[in-house]
Design a binder for this molecule. Structure first.
Ligand code: ADP
Length: 272
């Protein structure tokens, strides 16, 4: 409970800071609208899990020994899930603030995606047991400038969405291609997809597709964070529908290929 209250306080502080930054950046009528929409969404994101946690704790305390084991275990599960939701929310907000403050460590290193992706996928699969991740054959090497921890976060945010939105027994496929001096990472699922008019907007902070059926269970920050990281690594990210107007989401990320002969920062041996 104490932890949840601490979380609540730090989320509130971060959110206020974000809203403040945004309103300073552009003090127009448009940004005022955005600011008030953000505040509404922030308080909703905080109030909903907190109300569920408080309700569950109150019931356990009120009924005490008169509560049967199954009911108690249901309430404890609610407390656990909602606390996790708050924790995820706080950590997304912190990532976002770091990203905006330019505080992300994009070491000018190189990472071979062909080599690291299997490990990153295995880690995501462990954390998302409801999701099956398939891979398509990929080239032996696909080196980009960046940092494997950040690639891990981008991939995890996208796979987490496939898990959240593509329903039970969701399947996501991950592909890697190298062509024309570029590396392309493609993650696809067969879930309900994103409406065509929102394919760009889902990368904006706090944007969630309204469905009215509880689908919007996230923070609206996962793809904004992914975009910030991808761009900091010199790449681009976009979403498309594999089959327009029907189902499925495809997220495409492109980074410049860091070819091995550019690593040394000079021409290959023998070339003046
Ligand atoms: P959230 O934390 O809400 O998932 P994101 O920034 O990751 O935030 O995604 C923004 C919105 O885009 C989501 O709320 C959801 O409506 C939509 N979305 C993202 N990925 C998918 C997907 N794989 N399938 C369907 N909708 C998606």
């Amino acid at each position: 409970m104490v932890d949840a209250l601490i979380d609540q306080a730090s989320v509130a502080v971060e959110r206020i800071r974000l809203v403040d930054d945004m309103s300073r950046a552009a003090a127009s009528a448009e940004s005022e609208k955005l600011r008030s929409a953000l505040l509404t969404s922030l308080s909703h994101d905080l109030k909903t899990p907190l109300a569920a946690i408080l309700g569950a704790i109150t019931s356990v305390r009120a009924l005490g020994a008169r509560m049967d084991d199954a009911a108690r275990s249901d309430l404890l599960l609610t407390i656990e899930e909602e606390t996790r939701r708050l924790a995820r929310f706080v950590s997304n907000l912190l990532d976002m603030t770091k990203l905006e403050a330019g505080g992300l460590d994009i070491t000018p290193d190189e990472v071979d995606l062909a080599e690291v992706l299997p490990g990153l996928i295995a880690r995501a699969a462990l954390l998302l047991p409801g999701l099956t991740v398939k891979t398509r054959p990929w080239p032996p090497s696909a080196t980009v400038r960046g940092n494997p921890i950040l690639v891990d976060q981008v991939l995890f945010n996208i796979l987490e969405n496939a898990d959240k939105y593509a329903g039970p027994n969701a399947v996501a496929s991950v592909g890697l291609e190298v062509a024309d001096g570029r590396v392309r990472l493609v993650v696809e699922d067969q879930g309900p997809g994103i409406p065509a008019d929102q394919l760009d907007r889902v990368f904006a902070k706090f944007h969630r597709v309204a469905t009215g059926d509880g689908r919007a269970a996230g923070t609206g920050l996962g793809l904004a964070i992914a975009k910030g990281i991808v761009e900091a690594m010199g790449g681009t990210i976009r979403a498309e529908s594999p089959i327009a107007g029907t189902r499925g989401t495809r997220i495409l990320i492109t980074w410049p290929l860091a070819a091995p002969n550019t690593r040394a920062g000079g021409p290959p041996e023998g070339i003046p």
